[in-house]
Write a protein that binds this ligand. Structure first.
Ligand code: ARG
Ligand code: ZN
Length: 872
C-alpha cells in the first residue's frame, strides 16, 4: 500500500497539450478534455496508458484517436487503457462532477457563492482523467462556461477570449504558455469584485495585478497587493527573478484546507491568509499575510518554473520557498525577531514531529497519503536545511548556485540532488555528507564541553553529535552541521576574539563545520575564561547542549552580542527551571528560579533592547516545548507549574512590569510597522503579568480592550482577561461579537479566544459548536474551535475524565467522512501519546483504537493513527 521513492519510474507517456472545457451548471459540471500525447521518447518500452481518475469523477466517455474505449479498466484511482504505439495521439474524455457535494475541498468545489479548485497534490484527477503526476508538464488551454451571473471566469495564464452563449450563459478562454504539471492548474468562477494594481518589472514589463474577492471583502485587499509588490521587487533584487506573465491574479476563498496555493498566474488563498485591513487585522495577521503572499509568489520560480519530479521531492520547492519567504520577512522587518519566531515554531512543533511516530526525513522515502507529508518537517526543517547551505556557501555563492539551478532546470521536474549539486558545483564544497539532511529523520544533538588552559590561553571546545533512532532508521550516520559561535569573557562580560588552526572553521563567518561524530576545536588567544555562545542564529536545526551554569546563561541573556542567542539563552534558562520544577528537584529548581528572576529583571530594565526582542525574551517557552524535555509528562501538572512560574515572576517583579505597562501605552494612531508592533507586543506582555499578579489586574485588560484602536490590543486584552473569566468578560465578548459578527476573519479569531479560554470544557466546546459562527464544512471554523481547544487548551483537552480525548476522536471520525485532510491534521495531539503518564497513555490509546475500528477510514487518518499505535 505505501508508495516508495525507490519505485519511481518516469512517465510512459507525455502530454504536450491539454485542452479543457469545463461547463458549470446549477447542480453539476461537465469536463471535456483533449490531451495531445506521445510516448516518452526517453523510454523504449511503453506499456499500458495509465491515467488517474479519482472517485469524484463519473466517466461518461473516453476515446483514443477517435476510437471510443468501451469499458476501460478502473482500478482504484487508475484508469488503464491499452498501450499505444503511435508517435502522437489524442485522448478525449468527458466526465461529470458534482462540485456542490464536494466536501473534501479537493478538485473542483463550491465555496460560498463561487466555484474554485485545489489540485495539489493529487486533486486534478478529481477533475479529469489525466497522468496526474508532477513530472508530466503540459501547455494548458482552458475554456470555462458558466451561467452569466458568474461574471468572473478565471484560469491560468492569459485571457484569450470571452463571449456570450445561449441560455443566459457565457464563456472565457485562457491559455498558459508555460508547460506545467497538473497540480498547478486552477479555475475559478464566481461573482467577484476585483481590486487592480500593476507592477513594472526590472526589465520594464508591466504586469497587471488583480485580487478577486467576494464583494463584501473589497475593503480588505489593499495590504496584500502592496505586499505582493514588495515581494516581486525583492525577488528581483535578491534572486534576480522576474515575473513571467502579463497578469498575476489572487483569489480569496472562504473554504480552503491549507493557507494558499501557488497555481500558475492564479494563486488561490484561504481568505484568512490574504484579507486584511487596519481595523480588523492583528500585527501577527499582517505579518503572516505578507509572508504567505510572498511565499506563493516566490513559488512562481521555486516550484512552478522549476518543479518537483515526484512528491518525495516536495521539500525541493517548499523548503526553498519557506527559506525565501523567511528571508523576505527578515528584510522587511527585523531579522533577529523573525529568527526567534521561526525557531520557536521549529522547536515547539517540528522537534516533536521528529521525535514522534510520524518522523520522516525532509525527503520522505515512503508514504500512504501524500497530504500527510505537508508537514513542519518538509516545510520548516526543509527551510533550515536550505539555510544551512546559505550559511556554508555564503550569500554570494548561494546566489550563483540558485541562478545555476533556475537556468539549468527551467521548465523541468527535478530532484533535491539536482538542487544540492548546483550548490556544490558553484562553491566547490563537497556536499556529499550534507545530503544526509535529506535522508535521515530525527533531530540531531550536539553536546559540547570545554576546557580552558590559562597558561596557554586556549579554550578547547569538544563536540559530540548523535541522532536518536526514528521509525525505520535505527542508526544514523554523522551530519554536516554548521555551528556558528562566539565567546563572552567571564570577567570582562565582553565578546572575545580568538584564532584557530582548525580547517573546519570559517573565520570570516565564525562558523565551525562539524562533520565527524566527535571533534575538538582549539581556540587560541583567548585572554580570559569564557562562556561560549553556541549555535548562534540557530545555524543548524539541532539540539545543542552545553553544561552552562545558571550564571553563564544569565551572562548570555544580558551581554551576548548575538541578539538571537540572548533570547535562546533565556529560553534555555526558563526551560531548565520549568523542568526542575516539574521534576520537583527542589534545591536546583529554587536556584534556577532565582537566576531566572534576576535575568528577567535585568531584561525588563534594559533600555536599549528593541521592544519586539524584549517581548520575546520575556515569553516563557510553551508547554509543548517543555513537554519534549522529559517523560513521562503529566500535562495537568505541567500546566500548573507553568502557570505558577509565570505568576511568580509577575508578582516578584510587579513594579517593573507596571513600569513597562505604562511606558508602552499607545501614543499614536495604529499602523502596522515593526516599531509599533514591538511596542504592542511588549505592552501585552506586561499586561499578562499584571493580570496574573493581582486579583484586580483584569481591570487593566478591560481598560485596554475599551481604549485600543486596533485588533492586536483588543484581542490581546480579551485573551488575557479570559484567564479570570467573569461576567464583565462575557459582556465584552458579546459586545465584540456584535461589533464583528459580519467579518469572517475576526469571527474565526473570536471563536479561538472562546475555545482557548481557561476553564473551557468539552461541554462548553460542544455548546460553542452550536453557535451560528461554527460550521463543520469550513476548515477555518473547525481549526478555530476544535483545533484551538485540543492544541492550545491543555486543561480542557487533558481533562482527567478523558472527555477531551473522546471529543477529539469523535470529531476526527465525523470529519473523516467529509474532509479527510482536515481529519488527518487533527490527529496530531494523539501522536505524542507515548510521552505521557500511564493514565493518559491508556485513555489516548483507547481513542486511537476506536478511530481505527470502522471500515472505510480515509488513507490519511489510517496512516497517522496506525503509525501512531505502532510506535517505533
Ligand atoms: N503548495 C501550497 C503551499 O505551500 C500548499 C498546498 C498544499 N495543499 C494540500 N492539500 N496538500 O504554498
Ligand atoms: Zn509552498
Amino acid at each position: 500500500q505505501p508508495i516508495r521513492l525507490q519505485d519511481y519510474a518516469p512517465p510512459a507517456y507525455l502530454v504536450d497539450e491539454t485542452h479543457l472545457c469545463v461547463q458549470i451548471f446549477d447542480d453539476h459540471a461537465l469536463v471535456e478534455a483533449r490531451l495531445v500525447m506521445r510516448p516518452n521518447p526517453a523510454l523504449d518500452k511503453h506499456g499500458a496508458l495509465i491515467l488517474n481518475a479519482g472517485d469524484e469523477v463519473t466517466l461518461e466517455h473516453i476515446e483514443v484517436d477517435g476510437a471510443a474505449v468501451a469499458d476501460p479498466v478502473r482500478e482504484g484511482e487508475s484508469l488503464i487503457l491499452p498501450a499505444i504505439s503511435a508517435s502522437h495521439f489524442e485522448v478525449r474524455s468527458r466526465v461529470r462532477l458534482l462540485p456542490d457535494q464536494n466536501t473534501r475541498l479537493e478538485g473542483l468545489y463550491r465555496s460560498g457563492g463561487m466555484y474554485c479548485t485545489q489540485c495539489e497534490a493529487e486533486g486534478f484527477r478529481q477533475i479529469t482523467p489525466y497522468p496526474d503526476r508532477p513530472d508530466v508538464l503540459s501547455v494548458f488551454t482552458t475554456r470555462v462556461e458558466a451561467p452569466s451571473e458568474y461574471d468572473c471566469l478565471l484560469s491560468n495564464g492569459n485571457p484569450v477570449g470571452m463571449g456570450p452563449l445561449e441560455n443566459n450563459r457565457h464563456f472565457a478562454e485562457w491559455h498558459d504558455p508555460f508547460p506545467k504539471p497538473s497540480y498547478l492548474f486552477a479555475l475559478v468562477a464566481g461573482v467577484l469584485d476585483c481590486t487592480e494594481d500593476s507592477f513594472t518589472t526590472a526589465s520594464g514589463k508591466s504586469v497587471d495585478l488583480k485580487l478577486y474577492t467576494e464583494p463584501h471583502n473589497r475593503h480588505k485587499t489593499r495590504f496584500a497587493l502592496e505586499a505582493l509588490k514588495r515581494a516581486m521587487r525583492w525577488d528581483e533584487q535578491v534572486y534576480g527573478r522576474e515575473y513571467d506573465l502579463d497578469l498575476f491574479m489572487i483569489v480569496a476563498v472562504d473554504h480552503f484546507n491549507m493557507g494558499a496555493m501557488e497555481n500558475k498566474g492564479l494563486n488561490i488563498f484561504n481568505s484568512a491568509c490574504v484579507l486584511a485591513d487596519e481595523s480588523s487585522t492583528t500585527d501577527g495577521g499582517f505579518e503572516l499575510i505578507e509572508a504567505i503572499v510572498a511565499h506563493e509568489y516566490f513559488h512562481n520560480w521555486s516550484g512552478n518554473r522549476v518543479t518537483c519530479r515526484d512528491w518525495f521531492q516536495l521539500s525541493l520547492k517548499e523548503g526553498f520557498t519557506v527559506f525565501r519567504d523567511s528571508e523576505f520577512t527578515a528584510d522587511m522587518h527585523a531579522r533577529a525577531v523573525k529568527r526567534m519566531d521561526d525557531v520557536t515554531l521549529l522547536r515547539t512543533q517540528q522537534f516533536a514531529e521528529d521525535a514522534g511516530p510520524m518522523a520522516h526525513p525532509i525527503r520522505p522515502d515512503s508514504y500512504i497519503e501524500i497530504n500527510n507529508f505537508y508537514t513542519l518537517t518538509v516545510y520548516e526543517k526543509g527551510a533550515e536545511v536550505v539555510r544551512m547551505l546559505h550559511t556554508l556557501l555564503g550569500a554570494e555563492a548561494f546566489r550563483r548556485g540558485s541562478d545555476l539551478y533556475f537556468e539549468r532546470f527551467d521548465g523541468q521536474a527535478v530532484t533535491v540532488e539536482d538542487f544540492v549539486a548546483c550548490m556544490a558545483e558553484v562553491s566547490g564544497i563537497d556536499l556529499t555528507q550534507f545530503r544526509r539532511w535529506y535522508e535521515q529523520a530525527g533531530t540531531p544533538r550536539v553536546d559540547v564541553t570545554s576546557e580552558y588552559d590559562v597558561a596557554a590561553q586556549t579554550l578547547t571546545l569538544h563536540f559530540a553529535q548523535s541522532c536518536p533512532a526514528t521509525p525505520g532508521q535505527p542508526d544514523k550516520a554523522p551530519f554536516h552541521i554548521p555551528v556558528k559561535l562566539g565567546l563572552l569573557g567571564r570577567q570582562s562580560r565582553l565578546p572575545l576574539s580568538f584564532t584557530t588552526e582548525h580547517s573546519g572553521f570559517d573565520a570570516a563567518n565564525q562558523v565551525f563545520s562539524l562533520r565527524a561524530e566527535e571533534d575538538s576545536l582549539v581556540l587560541s588567544d583567548v585572554t580570559e575564561p569564557a562562556v561560549p555562545s553556541l549555535l548562534r542564529d540557530f545555524s543548524a536545526p539541532v539540539v545543542c547542549d552545553y553544561p552552562y551554569s545558571g550564571e553563564d546563561l544569565k551572562l548570555l541573556v544580558i551581554a551576548d552580542d548575538n541578539s538571537f542567542n540572548r533570547w535562546s539563552a533565556m529560553q534555555t534558562l526558563a526551560t531548565r527551571t520549568l523542568v526542575a520544577l516539574v521534576q520537583q528537584a527542589a534545591g536546583e529548581a529554587d536556584e534556577l528560579r532565582q537566576t531566572l528572576l534576576s535575568a528577567t529583571s535585568a531584561v525588563l530594565a534594559d533600555g536599549l533592547l528593541d521592544p519586539a526582542v524584549k517581548a520575546r525574551i520575556l515569553q516563557l517557552p510553551a508547554q509543548a516545548y517543555i513537554a519534549e524535555q522529559y517523560s513521562p509528562v503529566d500535562p495537568l501538572q505541567l500546566d500548573q507549574v507553568h502557570t505558577e512560574l509565570r505568576t511568580w515572576l509577575a508578582c516578584e517583579l510587579a513594579a517593573e512590569w507596571q513600569q513597562v505597562l505604562s511606558a508602552t501605552r499607545a501614543d499614536e494612531p495604529y499602523r502596522f510597522e515593526h516599531r509599533q508592533a514591538g511596542r504592542r507586543a511588549l505592552h501585552l506582555c506586561a499586561l499578562a503579568a499584571t493580570v496574573l499578579a493581582d486579583d484586580s489586574g483584569w481591570q487593566a485588560a478591560r481598560e485596554l480592550f475599551e481604549r485600543a484602536d486596533n485588533m492586536t490590543e483588543q484581542q490581546g486584552a480579551l485573551r488575557l482577561w479570559s484567564q479570570v473569566a467573569n461576567t464583565e468578560w462575557d459582556t465584552a465578548m458579546e459586545q465584540f461579537w456584535q461589533r464583528w459578527k459580519s467579518d469572517a476573519q475576526v469571527v474565526e479569531q473570536w471563536l479561538g479566544i472562546c475555545a482557548q479560554r481557561p476553564g473551557m470544557t468539552v461541554a462548553g466546546v460542544n455548546q460553542l459548536m452550536q453557535h451560528e459562527a461554527f460550521s463543520w464544512d469550513n476548515p477555518n471554523r473547525v481549526r478555530s474551535v476544535i483545533g484551538a481547544f485540543v492544541m492550545r487548551n491543555p486543561r480542557g483537552f487533558h481533562a482527567a475524565d478523558g472527555s477531551g480525548y473522546r471529543f477529539l476522536a469523535d470529531a476526527i471520525l465525523k470529519l473523516d467522512g467529509m474532509n479527510p485532510q482536515i481529519a488527518a491534521r487533527l490527529c496530531t495531539p494523539f501522536t505524542q501519546w507515548r510521552r505521557y503518564v500511564p493514565a493518559v497513555q491508556a485513555a489516548m490509546q483507547a481513542e486511537l483504537e476506536r478511530i481505527l475500528a470502522p471500515d472505510g477510514l480515509s488513507d490519511g487518518v489510517y496512516e497517522i493513527v496506525s503509525k501512531t499505535l505502532q510506535g517505533d
